[in-house]
Design a protein around this ligand. Structure first.
Ligand code: ZN
Length: 158
C-alpha cells in the first residue's frame, strides 16, 4: 500500500490509519523531493523531517516522542546513523548516487562493521543483505545484493 501512494503525505496518511503489530522505521520520499523518516510503534508514529537535503537513519528510534536517541549520543550509541550523516554532510553540496554508495560501503577503521556490515563469525553475526539508492523523481534505483563493498550497484528502472 505504501508504494502505491503518489506522495509522501499520502504514505504518512496510510501509516497513520493502518493497524501495526510491531515497531518499524520507514524512509519515504516522493517525486517532489519531500522526504522523511517515520518511526512507528503499534500505538503511535512520529515523522522526522531532515534539516538538510538528505536524511539518514539506521533503525534506532530518534524521535523525542519515543524517548529517542539525542543527536549528541549517536556517535557512540548509533555509529551507523551518525557516520552516514557525517559522510553525507561532508559532501552536502554534491550528494549524488556515488556519494551515497560510498557512504553505504563505509567500514569503521579496524572493525568488521561499519555502515556496511559483514561480521559472519562474530558473537553477534550480521551482514548487510541489500543496499539501494532510489532516485524517485527519475523512476530509477540502484541495488547491491549482499555487502555493497563486494557487490556492484545495478540499475533498475521503476
Ligand atoms: Zn563491507
Amino acid at each position: 500500500m505504501l508504494l502505491a501512494q503518489s506522495s509522501t503525505e499520502a504514505a504518512i496518511d496510510v501509516l497513520s490509519n493502518t493497524r501495526r503489530m510491531c515497531c518499524l522505521n520507514y524512509t519515504i520520499g516522493d517525486e517532489a523531493g519531500d522526504i522523511c523518516a517515520v518511526e512507528t510503534t503499534p500505538d503511535a508514529l512520529s515523522v522526522l523531517r531532515p534539516e538538510e537535503s538528505f536524511l539518514t537513519h539506521a533503525n534506532t528510534f530518534h524521535s523525542p516522542n519515543f524517548q529517542g536517541m539525542p543527536e549528541d549520543e549517536r556517535a557512540e550509541r548509533d555509529p551507523r546513523a551518525y557516520t552516514s550523516h557525517r559522510l553525507l554532510s561532508e559532501q552536502a553540496e554534491e550528494i549524488d548516487r556515488h556519494a551515497i554508495a560510498d557512504a553505504q560501503t563505509h567500514h569503521f577503521t579496524g572493525e568488521t562493521g561499519g555502515i556496511c556490515i559483514h561480521r559472519e563469525f562474530d558473537e553477534w553475526p550480521a551482514i548487510t543483505l541489500l543496499s539501494f539508492i532510489g532516485e524517485v523523481g527519475k523512476g530509477r534505483m540502484w541495488a547491491a545484493y549482499g555487502s555493497p563493498c563486494q557487490h556492484e550497484f545495478l540499475e533498475y528502472e521503476l
